[in-house]
Write a protein that binds this ligand. Sequence first.
Ligand code: SDX
Length: 432
Amino acid sequence: MANETITVINNATGERHELPLREGTLGPKAVDISSLYKEAGIFTYDPGFMSTASCNSAITYIDGEEGVLLYRGYPIEQLATKSSFLEVSYLLIYGDLPGDKALVGFEKMIMRHTMLNENLKDFLDGFHYDAHPMSMLVGVVGSLSAFYHDSLSVNDPRHREISAHRLIAKLPTIAAAAYKHSVGEPIMYPRNDLRYCANFLHMMFATPCEDYKPTLIGEKAMNLLFILHADHEQNASTSTVRLAGSSGANPFACIAAGIASLWGPAHGGANEAVLDMLLEIGSVENVQRYIEKAKDKDDPFRLMGFGHRVYKNYDPRAKIIREVCHQLLDELPEAANNPLFELAMKLEEIALNDAYFVERKLYPNVDFYSGIIYQALGFPRNMFTVMFAVARTVGWVAHWLEMMSDPNNRIGRPRQIYCGPAQRDYLPISKR
Ligand code: SDX
């Protein structure tokens, strides 16, 4: 592909510009427009970045047409059934699956950083009793740079690695502490003798009066959900982390920015919105009415958990989660015959046979079924996006590390098409 180019011709002036074509290991070629403004004095325009590659990355590959998702080349379907969340975390950060010694060392390192600075408890106590756990997560994660001054030199690879480990280790502890605050229960300290997901379940559901022994099925479901949510290329929140990090901001501030972006209902907030939607629909009899609402351009209602910017096929993660839903609900007696799961499957069946959704290639995405599993595991709806953030922290950290170790990294600074008023003079108020 060496020296392959695209010719841009300005029909008004007849000017021609040769732009180089770039190609990665997999996926579409990209025309390199970085010299276009300097050479031709014009910008490109791509709101929402529908056709724009923002960077080179070796972490995750998605094929939206084929429904393919690879983490460092490994298919998500294989990792979901054969790996653990910390092993996938190692893979995303360091680029290869760890050997036995490396994995044990990484697990020990992560589990050694699970505790929070004791003063953070006062910080959490300052939140209103009914604060949304996501608002606490954004605030507390952003404040971590106030506690960990010893690892904030973003140009020091070792500092970057320590901060990465701290974030992966502490997110579950902060998430569980936010939940405990929202239900008025005392915070549970992490237990470093437990595995990562079992420890998270322990911190969520144990109390000082009653221990909580995480079930194997619960730990397995958590591992799977965290693996599936760990990374997803240049989605809105990951791009937010990269843009924040490109200015040299500290990693805790960058991850807090990612959490803020993920919170939106068009992104990670969709899993909570799906459950709210299913509860609003209520029964199968109402499904068709809501499908019509979702199709009505004058109605702001959208089918939450449906559609995706990249996947124009079934989201491979949704397929895996749907299968686990069946198994889990069969194995959790208290969740068996979950009416919301029946309703979700009926909604999916009707939507996928409706021309509007078929023509626009709108399929269930990762958020459509995940909330049903979280609910079956005992998590309240306002914790669903927090769970997404705990898992996605690994992806955000991996992308931040990749960007910060790139010698060509520079501050991200998009331009615009200015549509405001041309220059005009100030008028005294008597003349306005
Ligand atoms: C995540 O990017 C990632 O990778 C994200 C994510 C990750 O792992 O990081 O995968 C996680 O965020 C998954 C998406 C969760 N969001 C939802 O489930 C919210 C509901 N979905 C929609 O808001 C929407 O589908 C988006 C935001 C996901 C994608 O929006 P796009 O790509 O901008 O699509 P669009 O708005 O241009 O829609 C194209 C058409 C439009 O109709 P027309 O104008 O062509 O007539 O499809 C329609 C839309 O109105 N449409 C929907 C719809 N989604 C799109 N109509 C009804 N219900 C929907 N859910």
